[in-house]
Write a protein that binds this ligand. Structure first.
Ligand SMILES: [Zn+2]
Length: 399
């Protein structure tokens, strides 16, 4: 694969969901941008004579070949708010180009190869990460999914209906496949520095991680007339919670982030009556993660007592540690002569790995930045990723 060929197909997807002011992407599940990405997917599949199957959960699979055995590849189109271009779409674009490469090599699947586009992987709209793959594998019950609402109060059912899907079809839909291989942009700098330096790497594991919602309640009042000693200010309690999360994570070699806050009523001259914030926490070990969240909860509860506020901590989604299939990982790493590295980020591959032998390929990201407009990979490295994915698919799926 040449960098120019990669760039040609990559460019066709780039304008969709781009905010030209910030250079970031807004591709929420079932938004107009997401639907435009799905149209792009259908066109690329049609160009290659691949049939597209849509399950009841908003996931798409373009199939090459028929019958079994089957190998699945792919990723997701949706983004975080103001996200980068590569997180997700790189895996889908690379998959179509890998199919092109295999055909040029005269290779064909013994059974079939599927390219998946999973719905709402980031959970940016409905709050549950890997929504499509969790529904597909039965990890999330349809009843729970139907109760989800976005920030505007729109239910998942209504969003599906508006997109032309039938919410009654939500539920398990995983096709019989022998393996899943997801190519993804690296979300760190392990491939850019030190012993792991290479354009493409293979994932060993995904850290356990989760999202916890902090609801802090106090007393709304006037910023000018309320004496400092008389305040019950939940924003004060939250600021302490954010510092505590940072400290507890550092102490444990873990990661903790508060990147989203909702303030009511969000007025400059009012002490807010309530504040909600979301804690994203990740660690190499489940016990470390549990200890981190417990320590933050205990400290913020103690602080709330001093501030005259109250706090409720609710787990919104927690993903256990994922160790990718060792046999498949070693086979892929040996085939590609690629380094093996862990990641702190969750992926559809992590969800599928509980059901199907799964491997992940990472493409070098020189900035190390992800979930932000500065996310990058060079065309040369992306082309190397396509070649690597084609090599893996040929090894696993072709005659
Ligand atoms: Zn992703």
């Amino acid at each position: 694969m040449t960098p120019e060929r990669f760039r040609a197909l990559w460019s066709s997807l780039l304008p969709i969901g781009l905010d030209r002011r910030t250079g970031g992407y807004f591709r929420y599940g079932w938004s107009d941008a997401d639907l435009a990405c799905r149209e792009w997917f259908a066109e690329e599949a049609a160009d290659r004579g691949m049939d597209v199957a849509a399950d009841g959960n908003g996931n798409l699979i373009a199939w090459w070949g028929s019958g079994g055995p089957a190998v699945l590849t792919g990723s997701h189109f949706d983004s975080v708010p103001n996200g980068g271009a590569y997180d997700g779409p790189l895996g889908i674009v690379s998959a179509f180009l890998a199919v092109d490469l295999l055909r040029e090599r005269g290779a064909a699947p013994a059974g079939r190869i599927g390219i998946a586009a999973f719905a709402e992987e980031e959970g940016a709209r409905f709050g549950v990460a890997c929504l499509g793959s969790r529904l597909m594998t039965g990890a999330l019950a349809p009843e729970r999914a139907l109760a989800l609402r976005d920030g505007d109060g729109v239910s998942l059912g209504d969003a599906l209906t508006k997109a032309g899907a039938d919410p009654a079809r939500l539920g398990p839909s995983l096709p019989a496949v022998d393996a899943y291989v997801e190519l993804h942009v690296e979300q760190g700098r392990l491939l850019s520095t030190g012993e792991h330096t290479a354009p493409v790497g293979v994932a060993s594991a995904i850290w356990p991680h989760g999202r916890w919602r902090l609801d802090l309640t106090g007393e709304g009042n006037h910023a000018g007339t309320t004496r400092m000693a008389d305040r019950c200010d939940p924003m004060l309690t939250l600021s302490y919670a954010i510092l505590a999360a940072n400290k507890e994570a550092r102490l444990r070699g873990a990661h903790a982030t508060v990147g989203r806050v909702e303030v009511t009523p969000n007025a400059t001259n009012a002490i807010p009556p309530s504040v909600s914030a979301w804690l994203d926490a990740r660690a190499a070990q489940a016990e470390t993660l549990d200890g981190l969240v417990e320590a933050v909860a205990a400290k913020v509860t103690e602080r709330a007592g001093r501030d005259g506020t109250s706090v409720a901590v609710t787990a919104e989604s927690v993903s256990p540690a994922v160790e990718f299939d060792g046999g498949l990982r070693d086979r892929v790493a040996a085939l590609l002569r690629a380094p093996i590295l862990p990641t702190g980020a969750g992926h559809d591959a992590g969800v599928l790995s509980a059901h199907v032998p799964t491997a992940m390929l990472f493409v070098r990201n020189p900035t190390g930045v992800s979930h932000a407009p500065a996310e990058r990979a060079t065309d040369a490295d992306c082309a190397a990723g396509v070649t690597a994915l084609a090599d893996v698919l040929q090894d696993l799926a072709c005659r």
